[in-house]
Write a protein that binds this ligand. Structure first.
Ligand SMILES: C[S@@+](CC[C@H](N)C(=O)[O-])C[C@H]1O[C@@H](n2cnc3c(N)ncnc32)[C@H](O)[C@@H]1O
Length: 203
């Protein structure tokens, strides 16, 4: 789908939802202060340009690690021919918001799309991405500027589960692993500023 159409649908989907408000309320409710749960969102053109560097192919599976209200997950679904997109988020209130957006998507958007897009699976899982099975993913995205050193080390180790040829887009950190071949680095504009996004391929 082209950028203008993707953006129009995206704005319609998210009108009335504020991820920042939900994240603040959830952190208060759960008493969380960890930097890793600092909220921030992708913006369409910059995010889509970075995903394009990971060359998504028809039917592939996209994971967003720390998906918030699902903005990156929906953009990936709308703009690329993924067969399945999965958002994984630690704060349940953000996952609930993503599922409300999914209900809106299913009612108002999905029926108007091409058959290929109508058949996409879109899922939001509550929980720690370190506990998920990465072996099914083809393109993994993490907007993890606030992820600490320990979490990045655990994530780097976890990425060994990916199948050869899978791509990783890491925004906010670089990853160092013999299993990951560096592909490209891009500046990615976000709603809070900009982050360096590095693309890797699992060897
Ligand atoms: C900067 S936000 C990115 C939101 C969304 N991906 C986007 O780019 O629009 C990072 C998210 O990661 C979540 N997060 C942090 N650690 C996590 C973990 N171990 N498992 C799942 N989600 C996590 C935070 O709660 C936060 O919502």
């Amino acid at each position: 789908m082209d950028l203008a159409h993707t953006q129009e649908i995206f704005e319609q989907l998210y009108s009335g939802f504020s991820g920042y408000d939900v994240a603040r309320q959830e952190k208060e409710r759960l008493g969380l202060q960890e930097a890793a749960t600092t909220y921030g969102e992708v913006v369409p053109p910059a995010f889509l340009e970075v995903v394009r560097e990971a060359t998504p192919k028809e039917g592939e599976v996209f994971f967003d690690l720390g998906s918030g209200t699902g903005k990156a997950t929906f953009l990936a679904a709308l703009a690329f021919p993924f067969g399945r997109v999965v958002g994984i988020e630690l704060l349940p209130g953000l996952g609930d918001t993503a599922r409300k957006v999914l209900s809106r998507y299913d009612a108002e958007v999905r029926p108007r799309l091409s058959p290929e897009h109508q058949n996409q699976r879109i899922e939001f899982i509550d929980g720690d991405f370190l506990q998920q099975d990465f072996s099914v993913a083809d393109v993994v995205f993490a907007h993890g500027t606030c992820y600490g050193h320990e979490l990045i080390e655990q994530l780097t180790h976890k990425l060994k589960e990916l199948k050869p040829g899978a791509r990783v887009i890491m925004a906010g950190h670089t990853l160092s692993s013999p299993e990951l071949a560096f592909v490209k680095m891009k500046v990615m504009k976000t709603d809070w500023g900009s982050a360096l996004a590095a693309v890797y391929q699992r060897r």
